[in-house]
Design a protein around this ligand. Structure first.
Ligand SMILES: C[S@@+](CC[C@H](N)C(=O)[O-])C[C@H]1O[C@@H](n2cnc3c(N)ncnc32)[C@H](O)[C@@H]1O
Length: 280
């Protein structure tokens, strides 16, 4: 893997829109923790990187000690960093696994989970694999579980299709937030049907070679600074959800502040159309 993903992670420090995405993911994680009933909470994170989204959300959260988590990533240094950070925070039940998160087996023994993080994946795989992953996500979920995912809205904007695919797979949208000054977006979906059993051996997705990743291709059409992992500026003017409601939006009422339908996440901010910018 080289240090490609170490460089990508550095953009959390360099790029305010990455920090914005992180804040939004952490906010969504805390909201899930806030509403889960008392008792153990299971979390899995695929391609977790150094796990700063979950770890940051857990620090100082009253439910932190209820959480047992498995975070799976293929970059040894990121796994080491995550382990160090979890150890320092005293989060002994947050476990980083060095492994391949693209195969269902990576999650065996850690699911069904109440919260599934799929962040920084959908911009690096084919559209068909995004769809395939979403179809299989109910296998990672406990009843009523929440999936938090990210994907840039660079052209061609796949997020309307992604939201429709989640709906078709039995999820209900809780929020969809775009990060100003970028194409970044964070989606939150809750499973509204009976979960499926995990099937071992199933491949969920395959990371494409760098040059063929959707986020990379968007970057080469875009402007400005470039960096690995698709976190680079993309063309503006993507046809986002602002330009027309998806099926999911038509069916879910608009919440306050322009949030797209969340009986749970009332008042989730939905920033104005961000136009273009980096994302993965
Ligand atoms: C764009 S980063 C996202 C990291 C983290 N989820 C975030 O949003 O901050 C993609 C991550 O996927 C990891 N990765 C790539 N292919 C993987 C695979 N097959 N299994 C597990 N991790 C993988 C990389 O090491 C990298 O940390």
């Amino acid at each position: 893997m080289g240090d490609e993903w170490l460089t990508w992670h550095r953009s959390y420090e360099d790029d305010p829109t990455m920090a914005g995405r992180l804040r939004e993911v952490q906010r969504a994680i805390r909201r899930v923790l806030d509403i889960l009933p008392p008792g153990p909470i299971r979390v899995v994170s695929g391609c977790s990187g150094d796990g700063r989204d979950l770890l940051g959300a857990l620090v100082a959260h009253p439910r932190a000690r209820d959480v047992t988590a498995r975070l799976v990533d293929l970059t040894p240094e990121l796994v080491r960093r995550g382990r160090r950070r979890a150890h320092r925070a005293g989060l002994t039940n947050v476990r980083f696994v060095l492994g391949d998160a693209s195969i269902a087996d990576a999650y065996m023994g850690a699911v069904p989970a109440d919260l599934v993080l799929f962040c920084g994946i959908f911009g690096n795989i084919s559209d068909a694999d995004v769809h395939r992953s979403i179809r299989h996500l109910p296998e990672l979920c406990a009843e009523g579980a929440t999936v938090i995912w990210t994907r840039g809205r660079f052209r061609p904007d796949l997020t309307p299709a992604i939201r429709a695919w989640f709906e078709r797979a039995g999820f209900v949208e809780r929020s969809f937030v775009t990060i100003p000054g970028s194409t970044k977006a964070v989606g939150v979906h809750r499973l509204a049907r009976t979960p499926s059993p995990l099937r071992p051996g199933v491949r969920l997705f395959t990371f494409l070679p760098y040059a063929r990743r959707p986020a990379t291709l968007a970057g080469t059409r875009g402007r400005g600074r470039s960096g690995p992992g698709g976190d680079r500026p993309a063309a503006t003017g993507s046809r986002g959800p602002e330009s027309g409601p998806t099926t999911a939006q038509k069916r879910t009422p608009r919440g306050r502040n322009g949030t797209h339908g969340s009986p749970f996440f009332h008042g989730v901010r939905r920033p104005p159309n961000d136009g273009g910018g980096p994302s993965a």
